[in-house]
Ligand binder design. Structure first.
Ligand code: ADP
Ligand code: MG
Length: 352
C-alpha cells in the first residue's frame, strides 16, 4: 500500500518572500490527490519541499516515522527512495536515449545486473505505452512522450508515493486526458499514493479522490473532492469556473484560454460514463481489465467517518455519489447475472 504523507504547518519563504504558510494536509495512503493553484502560487516549491529538495522554514512532513523537514541526510536519502517524481518537463537527460534515461535511477541506486535493468526498463516503458522507443533521444519525441518517459523513469524504483508536477503543461486536452488515465491505471496497479499539482480544472474535477487549492500564500482547503467541488468560497468557485469574476486577477489569461478549451471538451461529453451529481462529474476509472483501485474502499470508510465534519452541500454530494455508485453496481450485477433478467413475476412465483 502507498504511504501516508502528513504535512503540518509548513511554511516556506525565499528571503523576505513568503511562498506559502501554515500548510496542513494529509495525503491518504494509496489515494489520488490533486493540488490546484494559479501559476506562481508555489505548487512546484511544495513538491520540492515534500522530497526534501527545498527546506521549509517551519513545520513538519511526516512519512513513515521520518520528519523530512528535520532529519539527517541519511534518513532523507532513504525516505527519498519512496518517491517517484515526474517533473514538469520530464527532466530527461537530453544526450541519453530513453532506455538509458529510464535505467538511470537503477544504475545509480541499485546493484542490479544489466539484464535485470533491461527487464525493468522494458516493463516500465510498456506500462506508459512507449515500447519500441528505447533508442530515441528526448529531442526526437513529442512533449507527451517525454512526459511518459519521465513517468517510466519515476516508476523504476517501485515508488510508494508518486508526485507529478503539471502533467498537462504543453499538452492538448486530449493528451491530458490520456495521461490522467495513465495515472488512474498506475494507481490501480501499484496502489501508490499520488499527488498531482496542476491548474487544469478538468483534471481536478475528474481525477482525484482528494482536492486542495493553494491561493495567496495559503492552502484554501484540502479534503475529499466533494468539498472543493461544491464549495461556495469565491476563489474556489472562480477558479473552477475559469471565470474572470472573483478574486483571481488577470495574470492567468492564458490559463483561462486553456480552461475554456477544456470546458468545451467536457461539455462535448468527452468524459462520458455518468451524469454530474450536484455539479460533480463522475470520477475517471481505471481502464477496463485492470484491478479496482484499492484506495477507493479505504476512502469510502474514511469519508464516511468524517462526513459529519463536512459542509452540508459536500455531505449531500457524498451521499448522492455513493447512492449512484451503489445503483451502478446493482445494474452491473443484474447485467452479469442472467437469472436476474427473467420476468420478475416469474421469480416471485418461484419464491412463493
Ligand atoms: N529556488 C528559488 N529561489 C527563489 N525563489 C523561488 C525559487 N523557486 C521558486 N521561487 C519562487 O517561488 C514562487 C512560486 O514558484 P512555483 O512553485 O514555481 O509556482 P507554481 O509552480 O505554482 O507556478 C515564484 O515566485 C518563484 O519565483
Ligand atoms: Mg510549477
Amino acid at each position: 500500500m502507498g504511504v501516508e504523507v502528513a504535512v503540518t504547518d509548513l511554511t516556506k519563504s525565499f528571503g523576505r518572500q513568503t511562498i506559502w504558510q501554515d500548510v496542513t494536509l494529509t495525503l491518504p495512503p494509496g489515494e489520488v490527490s490533486v493540488l490546484l493553484g494559479p501559476s506562481g502560487t508555489g505548487k512546484s516549491v511544495f513538491l520540492k519541499s515534500l522530497i526534501g529538495l527545498l527546506k521549509p522554514d517551519k513545520g513538519s512532513i511526516l512519512i513513515r516515522d521520518t520528519d523530512i523537514a528535520h532529519c539527517t541526510e541519511r534518513q532523507l536519502y532513504d525516505t527519498r527512495k519512496l518517491f517517484g517524481v515526474l517533473f514538469q518537463d520530464g527532466a530527461l537527460f537530453g544526450s541519453m536515449n530513453l532506455f538509458d534515461n529510464v535505467a538511470f535511477p537503477l544504475r545509480e541506486h541499485t546493484k542490479k545486473s544489466e539484464k535485470e535493468i533491461a527487464d525493468i526498463v522494458n516493463e516500465k516503458l510498456e506500462m506508459v505505452g512507449l515500447s519500441g522507443t528505447e533508442k530515441k533521444l528526448p529531442g526526437e519525441i513529442s512533449g507527451g512522450m517525454r512526459k511518459r518517459a519521465g513517468l517510466a523513469r519515476a516508476l523504476v524504483l517501485e515508488p510508494e508515493i508518486i508526485l507529478v508536477d503539471e502533467p498537462d503543461s504543453g499538452l492538448d486536452p486530449v493528451r491530458t486526458t490520456y495521461i490522467s488515465q495513465l495515472f488512474m491505471d498506475l494507481n490501480a496497479v501499484t496502489d501508490a499514493t499520488f499527488l498531482i499539482v496542476t491548474h487544469n480544472i478538468n483534471l481536478a474535477r475528474t481525477v482525484p479522490d482528494n482536492l486542495g487549492m493553494l491561493f495567496r500564500r495559503e492552502l484554501v482547503m484540502f479534503g475529499p473532492r466533494e468539498v472543493l467541488l461544491t464549495s461556495e468560497e469565491p476563489v474556489v468557485k472562480q477558479f473552477l469556473n475559469g471565470s474572470m469574476r472573483g478574486p483571481i486577477g488577470m495574470s492567468e489569461e492564458k490559463d483561462q484560454a486553456t480552461m475554456a478549451a477544456e470546458q468545451a471538451m467536457f461539455d462535448a461529453g468527452h468524459f462520458a460514463g455518468g451524469e454530474e451529481i450536484n455539479g460533480i462529474p463522475p470520477q475517471m476509472q481505471p481502464s477496463p481489465g485492470l484491478p479496482e483501485r484499492r484506495g477507493v474502499a479505504r476512502r469510502q470508510q474514511r469519508v464516511l467517518a468524517m462526513l459529519h465534519t463536512l459542509p452540508p452541500q459536500a455531505q449531500a454530494a457524498v451521499r448522492r455519489l455513493m447512492a449512484a455508485e451503489r445503483e451502478g453496481e446493482e445494474r452491473a450485477r443484474h447485467a452479469a447475472d442472467p437469472t436476474l433478467h427473467e420476468d420478475p413475476s416469474v421469480q416471485r412465483a418461484g419464491l412463493g
